[in-house]
Design a protein around this ligand. Sequence first.
Ligand code: NAD
Length: 427
Amino acid sequence: MNICIIGAGYVGLTTAAVLAELGHEVHCIDHDEQKIRLLNDGKIPFYEPGLEELITKNSNYLTFSGRWDYIKRASVIVICVGTPPRPDGSTDLRYIEAVLDRLAATVESYKTIVTKSTVPPGTNEWMRAELIGKGTAPHLFRIVSNPEFLREGSAVYDMFHPDKIVVGLEPDDDRSLAVIQGMYAGINAPYVTTSLTGAELIKYAANAFLAMKISFINEMARICDAFAVDVNDIAHGIGLDPRISPHFLQAGLGYGGSCFPKDIKALEHAARSRQVEPHLLKAVQTVNTTQLDLCLQKLHEQLAPLAGKKIAVLGIAFKPNTDDTRFSPAEALIRRLSESGCTVAAYDPKATLSEPLTRVTQVQSVHEAIQGADGLVIATDWDEFRTLDWGQVKAAMNGTLVFDGRNCLDRHAVEQSGLRYMGVGRP
Ligand code: NAD
């Protein structure tokens, strides 16, 4: 197939590379000229394991530009532009609107228009009406909702091995499912077909459920602290029940990233727009936004006063194996420490601080970060932090506190070297 991807971000580039690998001719359009230049130089604008290699391997079938006339050649158009949050929690659809303007001006022959961006319930139906309103003849296109479930850090693997492919169709659309099946031919996964709005809501429900698991275990961690019980024992104990499963039961600094915070807010906003009070979604967010306060309070209790202390923070990205810092709890913690008067040496294997902060320096190694530190915080659970030589860490630090903000360390290994271990819900 000849496929046009719009938006060369985490989702768009991964989709483009995987579809090229599956044998399609893929052109990727982005309005960010610098991004396109980088891609045409054989580089990718962010860190995602395996993606650069896959793009290089398929460079004969994968092209990049800012030129919309490529749309004319494609039979399938996949929209992967960003859908950021507005201050009131609703979704800013300006990038989707800009794409619709371009499509209305360009589409002359039949296209299957696939929305991969995460959009609020009702958006795909609205997109169809907008395109018609802008003058595109209804018989020239079908809209399909095909939300994406990949995880940054394992995006390439996830796209080759999805647990499902969700396809939302217009009620009288009897041809687009076969188009989507042709596009993904070679990927083995069950298809879930539903309405356009049904597909949109499956995506939000999935993210809301995962965020709920994280807030649940973070609330359990608070209760565990009060009863002197290790929350990791609770997570292990309940996770063995297949109805619960062990995934997403790691207490810590809370969820972040470019999806969970915005998608939970967007779902809350969508519910309210139809007079549904989203009690659970509100609670999930309250636990998450207060989780950092509790972690800072713990650090304060151990190191008071925080002002003037030197803290080494390991991790800036919102999770391991990515350089993405959008809504990163690690970066939020660094900001809060700086506001408390601490001097912070922050290290991350891939991510960079998104803004300069007072008394905060980003350093190039763990070794540099921990020199003379009064306390050490694990803020992102990169593998390389789990296996540190704690004897060497003790020798380099000034103080002895290790705060495991991701509950990812072997506490005995830390304590054996004479350091003090503090986790989240691990008294
Ligand atoms: P991103 O910000 O990394 O990429 C979006 C890209 O779209 C950017 O390169 C931007 O320049 C481009 N763009 C925006 N408007 C454009 C326009 N009018 N024309 C051409 N290019 C345009 O975003 P992302 O993380 O890839 O997310 C994209 C969508 O996928 C969002 O709706 C997001 O919620 C959803 N999603 C993201 C993930 C994830 O893990 N990142 C997972 C599932 C779904």
